[in-house]
Design a protein around this ligand. Structure first.
Ligand code: UD1
Ligand code: UDP
Length: 373
């Protein structure tokens, strides 16, 4: 019996690992356990609740306004006893967070084989995104099996001399999660109190612009520029509504509530559970974000995305024309948003449904590989 330990810590890792956890639980011949570092707390728990996952190990590490030094050190220190207790053959980590990097290193020290889901994304800029580009590069050095979401991410790994036999192109598990959620949302008897509440709070008969943002390299002046742009858009277009579920990082909460509070057509709300967020994405006209996951989900829903970053490790949707990089330049954010609001042809070109990130079968491919390994 092969033993798998799946480790994650933040909201996006949980969303993207949840379908793999569920699929592995159902497979014979494996014993699978889940360990959460809880680098995030409330935002992680929302996901666990929706996907009905009860972790076997909860390191409960989140601290208010935590720093990378202590977070990294405590993850490694706490992973030791989990690895000694369960003695997994395989440890699965996801993406590029501090949990990913520190759990991969811990797994490597324990002698387990490291399996990296969403491997091979790169901007080739060490400080952007920070610290994710370095986290995922380190994870690649520690990894035995690289589950790359696209051919482009496989190419990045080949360029780093990783043997081709250890790279498997699977599609991104985010599409597995998205399809699962869309199906659940459309089921006849599904009701969600959070969605019902949202329907009361926002006027979704108006054109909606959905916003999310949290990147560390945008903290400070970046967020000030972003907020100025959003304010200008809201004041120029009283007929539309901006909805912004604000990330719980205090470096995001402070500028956003200070600079955007009290503007009638900007709704600042708490982070949403995954199904409510998917519902809101579907209802939106435009999405403005610096998120990695949202860049992958929105093109599948046919929503134009303006990405508030200077680089992206997800070039596929940019090349297909459904995503535009606008950085944190106030003028550029306002210009590109107004162009989408005012130019129908441009809007239609950007809103074609495009799905370069997967077909919903990524988890199946990962498990098929592990079964025969
Ligand atoms: C982290 C990841 C980032 C990922 C993002 C997803 C690192 C270094 N950063 O960034 O790669 O894209 O998550 O959202 O791994 N907080 C809460 N409750 C929560 C979550 C966060 O209060 O449920 C607050 C806490 O004060 C916490 C702070 O946000 O200390 C920062 O959390 P942290 O995980 O360090 O950074 P993120 O910006 O969330
Ligand atoms: N998301 C969510 N609730 C929200 C905002 C986002 O469930 O209020 C989901 C979103 O659908 C995507 C993921 O969270 O799957 C993205 O997380 P985040 O932007 O925090 O991290 P990143 O993807 O940039 O690492």
């Amino acid at each position: 019996m092969k033993k798998n330990l799946i480790v994650f810590g933040t909201r996006p890792e949980a969303i993207k690992m949840a379908p793999l956890v569920k699929a592995l639980y159902q497979k014979k011949g494996f014993e699978t356990k889940v360990c959460i570092t809880a680098q995030h707390r409330e935002m992680l728990d929302q996901v666990l609740e929706f996907f009905e996952i009860n972790p076997h190990y909860d390191l409960n590490l989140m601290r208010p306004n935590q720093n990378l030094f202590t977070l990294t050190a405590t993850i490694i220190e706490n992973m030791k006893s989990v690895l000694e207790d369960f003695k997994p053959d395989y440890v699965f980590v996801h993406g590029d967070t501090t949990t990913t990097m520190a759990a991969a290193l811990s797994a490597f020290y324990s002698g387990a084989k490291v399996c990296h889901v969403e491997a091979g994304l790169r901007t080739f800029n060490r400080r952007n995104p920070f610290p994710e580009e370095i986290n995922r590069s380190i994870a690649s050095r520690l990894t035995d099996f690289h589950f790359a979401p696209t051919e482009a991410s496989k190419m990045n790994l080949l360029m780093e001399n990783i043997p081709e036999k250890d790279i498997i192109v699977t599609g991104n598990t985010v599409i597995d999660a998205l399809l699962f959620s869309v199906k659940k949302l459309k089921a006849k008897n599904y009701t969600d109190p959070e969605i019902e509440q949202l329907k009361q709070r926002i006027d979704y008969s108006k054109k909606l612009i959905l916003i999310t943002g949290h990147r560390r390299e945008n903290h400070g002046q970046g967020f000030i520029n972003i907020c100025k742009a959003l304010k200008e858009i809201a004041l120029n277009h009283p007929e539309i509504q901006l909805v912004y579920p604000v990330h719980l990082n205090p470096n995001v909460q402070k500028p956003v509530y200070e600079l955007l509070g009290g503007i009638p057509n900007i709704k600042l709300i708490a982070p949403l559970s995954y199904p409510a967020f998917v519902w809101l994405m579907e209802k939106s006209y435009i999405i403005i974000t610096d998120s990695g996951g949202v860049q992958e989900e929105a093109p599948s829903l046919g929503k134009p995305v303006l990405v508030m970053r200077n680089t992206t490790e997800r070039p596929e949707a940019v090349e297909a024309g459904t995503v535009i990089l606008v950085g944190t330049d106030t003028e550029k954010i306002v210009f590109e948003t107004q162009k989408l609001l005012e130019n129908k042809n441009h809007y239609q070109k950007m809103s074609k449904t495009h799905n370069p990130y997967g077909d919903g079968k990524a988890c199946e491919r990962i498990i098929d590989f592990i079964k025969i390994e």
